[in-house]
Design a protein around this ligand. Structure first.
Ligand SMILES: CC(C)(COP(=O)(O)OP(=O)(O)OC[C@H]1O[C@@H](n2cnc3c(N)ncnc32)[C@H](O)[C@@H]1OP(=O)(O)O)[C@@H](O)C(=O)NCCC(=O)NCCS
Length: 159
């Protein structure tokens, strides 16, 4: 029998550093930053980034738990004047491709349009990240352009 996927979210707190420390130390191939500076993978540097992230009033960062209460990843929303930018990562590889990313994206969309009352949600994704693109298209995002270097798509939902 196919198991029923469910997610629960809560805001990221300082204690969650232990998860981010692992997820950020093993950046996925789909990481958009392209940052290869070795200094930027030290615990000290990463912890500084983590603290800036959780103290940034323009961001909403969520930890995601599955139906068993296991922490599987996170997503964030960066709030601009007229739009919100979305990013997502299932940090634990074994939980990818099981439907959670779709549920997380739908949850983010609900927060942005129903709760925060924004009218535009955007994201950037590597053109090679076919799984992520599939998830975003399933959830209603449309590709609007490619970056000049051809590496990223900008995707958007406007209500
Ligand atoms: C991208 C990510 C959030 C997607 O979440 P997920 O839980 O793995 O995805 P889901 O299981 O909900 O859905 C995957 C969909 O892509 C499809 N898919 C999987 N691999 C694919 C591929 N290589 N090409 C096309 N589609 C693919 C699946 O069949 C499924 O579609 P379906 O429901 O129509 O069958 C997750 O894999 C992840 O965190 N990856 C690493 C970080 C990342 O890439 N973040 C995105 C940055 S923009």
């Amino acid at each position: 029998m196919k198991s029923i996927r469910k997610i629960r979210i809560r805001k990221v707190k300082k204690d969650d550093w232990k998860y981010f420390k692992i997820w950020w130390k093993h950046p996925a191939l789909d990481d958009l930053s392209g940052d290869t500076n070795p200094k930027h993978s030290t615990d000290k540097w990463l912890f500084g980034s983590f603290m800036r992230m959780i103290n940034d009033s323009k961001r909403l960062d969520y930890i995601v738990l599955n139906e068993k209460g296991i922490i599987i990843g996170h997503f964030n929303l960066i709030l601009y004047k007229n739009y919100v930018q979305f990013d997502i990562k299932i940090g634990e590889e074994k939980y990818r491709n099981k439907g959670y990313g779709t549920l997380m994206t739908k949850k983010a969309i609900q927060i942005v349009f129903k709760k925060l009352k924004y009218k535009k949600l955007v994201l950037d994704v590597k053109v090679t990240n076919l799984r992520a693109i599939r998830v975003y298209e399933k959830c209603g995002f449309k590709i609007i352009r490619k970056t000049k270097d051809g590496k990223l798509y900008r995707m958007v939902i406007i209500t």
